[in-house]
Design a binder for this molecule. Structure first.
Ligand code: ADP
Length: 404
């Protein structure tokens, strides 16, 4: 009986350490390439700066996501690594070697695109073997073995002789990923590979991709505009805005210790709440409320001018409803999201989102009080956007900002 597309959408890829997977490249077969960016710059048409002096080092075997809004330079960065775009300034080293002057097919890189870029007139088997035939000197028997084992591992073994057009989106995505895997690259580049899948399948594929990457141990650079994808998949995240590196750190660091307002706003859904405030001593003054800083934060901001324009940031989950808090709020909208409710509040004329448990009973128009702990707040310099509050946790942070 042939499997229907729907049933196979959620097929789990066979563990590559299983019996039939011995032709699939194994972790440790080759050294996973570190990737170094040295002041990389990309200027289109002599004026459009798409990537500005980007420097970073990715360790071999890491799963890195590049995240940022549309037009922030993510694809350009990836395409320069792949050799699909020239590098205007600086250099990119893969495995310690500059990619400059190396043909794209000789860079040891396999790329998975958003639209899968499968050849419609070729069978799945041919799609998967074609690149390998062009770029390796493997004999056809070995190529067949690799393709079949990889297809098996990815749950598309039954479709090898079909054309991509007869497969569902999820299966096509597996073919595109399988085609990259058979090439046994030193580096995977993935450009929004899951964005054409529906929400449920996307979640499934995320974990599958992570597991495969973990099994293969191949350095992976994954581009997405979806901050949730970045937070859930990566070892470390590169946050870009307007071609500039904002922060390069682990998901928890980026979330808990955003270096600036851009990162604080972009990472996290719903976004962090922001209030315009001025400082007087250890107190912040916002329209509608005052807030006393904890000793650590007060110490950090002490040198700041009185009445300096700052911004207070608090994440929706760090705000509690309180019986008799100092900050009064009016409920504008109640959004039921199942296990959680999101309350959209008016606090002194500013919008404020609060996440509360789904069984908290609040109605639109209600007046209530909110509170948040001094350790959970962020303070930003309104002029520069820099996060000037200390991170109050024993774990040390390694973050970097673009302004270095
Ligand atoms: P992202 O992947 O983050 O959406 P891109 O790397 O595609 O961003 O684009 C970064 C910037 O460079 C954008 O402003 C975009 O319009 C511009 N750009 C991208 N490709 C070209 C091109 N071939 N010619 C001119 N400008 C381009």
């Amino acid at each position: 009986m042939s499997k229907s597309n729907d049933n196979t959408e959620t097929t789990t890829w066979t563990n590559r350490r299983g019996n039939e997977a011995d032709a699939v490249p194994q972790r440790g077969d080759r050294e996973s390439a570190p990737v170094t960016f040295e002041n990389v710059r990309k200027v289109y048409d002599n004026r459009m700066v798409a990537v500005a002096d980007f420097s970073a080092r990715i360790e071999g075997g890491e799963f890195i996501t590049i995240v940022g809004p549309s037009g922030s330079g993510k694809s350009t960065l990836l395409r320069m690594i792949a050799g699909l775009e020239s590098i205007s300034g600086g250099d990119i080293l893969v495995g310690g070697e500059s990619v400059k002057g190396v043909d794209p097919q000789d860079r040891g890189i396999a790329m998975v695109f958003q639209n899968y870029a499968l050849y419609p007139h070729m069978s799945v088997r041919k799609n998967m073997s074609y690149g390998l035939k062009l770029t390796s000197d493997l004999d056809s028997e070995e190529i067949t073995r690799r393709v079949e084992a990889t297809a098996e591992m990815m749950g598309i073994g039954d479709y090898l002789d079909q054309r991509p057009g007869t497969l569902s989106g999820g299966q096509q995505q597996r073919v595109a990923t399988g085609r990259a895997i058979v090439r046994d690259p030193a580096l995977f580049l993935m450009d929004e590979p899951l964005s054409n899948l529906d929400a449920k399948l996307k979640i499934h594929m995320r974990t599958e991709l992570q597991r495969i990457q973990d099994d293969l141990g191949t350095t992976t650079i994954y581009v997405t505009h979806d901050q949730h994808e970045a937070l859930t998949m990566s070892d470390r995240i590169i946050v870009l805005d307007e071609g500039e590196l904002q922060q390069f750190a682990s998901p928890s660091e980026v979330y808990d210790q955003p270096v600036n307002r851009f990162v604080a706003d972009f990472i996290g859904e719903p976004s962090m709440n922001f209030f315009d405030v001025t400082l007087d001593g250890h107190r912040l003054f916002a329209p509608g409320f005052e807030y006393s800083l904890g000793p650590d934060v007060a110490e950090t901001v002490r040198g700041r001018q009185r009445d300096e324009a700052l911004e207070l940031g608090v994440r929706p989950e760090d705000i509690s409803l309180s019986e008799r808090g100092d900050i009064t709020a009016r409920v504008e909208v109640v959004e039921n999201a199942g296990s959680d409710n999101y309350l959209y509040l008016d606090v002194g004329g500013s919008e404020c989102t609060v996440r509360v448990s789904g069984n908290v009973d609040v109605t639109r128009g209600a007046e209530l009080s909110i509170s948040f702990e001094p350790d959970d707040i962020h303070i930003f310099d309104r002029a520069t956007g820099e996060n000037i509050s200390p991170y109050i946790d024993s774990k040390a942070a390694t973050t970097r900002s673009t302004t270095q």
